[in-house]
Design a protein around this ligand. Structure first.
Ligand code: NDP
Length: 323
């Protein structure tokens, strides 16, 4: 079978195709014949080495397809089931991938492989950020950065569905227009300090209840300055690089702020949490409260180009590799 792999960390050029033996599942594993593989920003961190992984390695941790083999002890799935997964092991950019059965979810008929690969990781992230990390309620002022991106588009729609007042930021007028079309109350094309100033103007000087910041280095300071006293700073990504080190006293000086740096893995660590999170995501998609924009498709062998486009801020919504 074909799989995209890396021998060393580096730019997109280190990703290459390999013909490898089709793996046999262990007792608690299923083998998924991938119909679509999700591309996520975290895959670029694995490639560059920002997040350390053992080399050589596959890439990618999200896919959707059909169970085509199952280990002797598998009880959650049977051959032919439509499933999706996004919590590893790394190596999902491949025609077939082994996944522990308690790390996969059954797909409802209404959720296509394409939608699943475009939304499982990003949508479960939006779900835990909005429902668990900080529980967004009607009337909350919520700031979402990179609002036209994969996670961002889902955050905007789900926060609106919960009754929040959403202030979106994006890197261009065209991206801001996408955020607006998804329901954002305000969509700013702003940089640096300008973001905080605009959020304060919009909120009569009070600030936001919560900021969801997946951009990191370039927005971190401004995000803290967007918050009202006792507001919640959720730093969940590093698209522009990791945020700078923080003096804890800063949180006091800026208004007794809360700061968290959450990760999906810790919010879906048990199979119960995984199933509940996925079910909630599929429900808002099926209701139409969250619409998953058709993803941009790349052939499996074009994974390097997908990474180039994602890192160059050329993309909106999700990217999917088709084996
Ligand atoms: P996106 O589709 O959101 O792509 C990243 C976006 O970040 C870009 O489109 C761009 O939007 C913005 N950006 C701002 N500055 C830069 C820069 N210097 N280089 C590249 N992009 C930049 O990606 P994903 O939806 O896959 O992920 C979004 C973020 O969420 C990532 O940081 C990712 O790591 C994080 N994440 C965290 C999870 C967690 O559990 N902690 C789980 C899933 C994702 P614009 O041009 O509009 O600024």
């Amino acid at each position: 079978m074909r799989a995209m792999r890396i021998e060393r960390h580096g730019g997109p050029e280190v990703i290459h195709v390999e013909d490898t033996a089709t793996p046999a599942p262990g007792p608690h594993e299923i083998r998924v014949r991938n119909a679509a593989c999700g591309v996520n920003f975290i895959d670029t961190y694995h490639r560059t080495g920002l997040y350390k992984i053992a080399l050589p390695s596959g890439l990618g941790q999200e896919g959707a397809g059909v169970v085509d083999a199952a280990g002797a002890n598998v009880s959650r799935f049977k051959l032919g089931d439509r499933v999706a997964y996004c919590s590893g092991p790394i190596g999902a950019y491949s025609e077939q991938h082994l996944v522990r059965e308690d790390r996969a979810v059954l797909l409802p008929q209404a959720i296509s492989f394409d939608v699943a690969a475009a939304s499982l990781l990003k949508g479960m992230t939006a779900r835990y950020l909005l429902r668990k990390t900080f529980r967004v309620e009607r009337g909350h002022v919520v700031v979402v950065h990179a609002a036209a991106g994969g996670v961002g588009q889902i955050l905007v729609q789900w926060a609106k569905h919960l009754g929040a007042n959403v202030i979106a930021t994006a890197g261009s007028d065209a991206k801001a227009a996408i955020a607006k079309s998804l329901g954002a109350d305000h969509a700013l094309v702003a940089a640096g300090d300008n973001i905080a100033k605009r959020v304060r103007e919009i909120t009569d000087g009070i600030g936001a209840h919560v900021v969801y910041d997946g951009v990191g280095k370039d927005t971190f300071e401004a995000s803290l300055d967007c918050l009202r006293p006792r507001g919640m700073m959720v730093s969940f990504g590093n698209a522009s690089g990791p945020p700078p080190p923080l003096n804890v006293l800063t949180l006091s000086q800026k208004g007794s702020l809360f700061l968290t740096r959450p990760t999906l893995a810790h919010y879906t660590a048990t199979v119960e949490d995984l199933d509940e999170t996925a079910a909630d995501l599929f429900a808002v998609i099926e209701q139409g409260a969250v619409k998953i924009a058709p993803p941009t498709h790349y052939k499996l062998g074009e994974a390097a180009q997908a990474h180039r486009d994602l890192e160059a801020r050329k993309t909106t919504g999700s990217l999917v590799l088709v084996p």
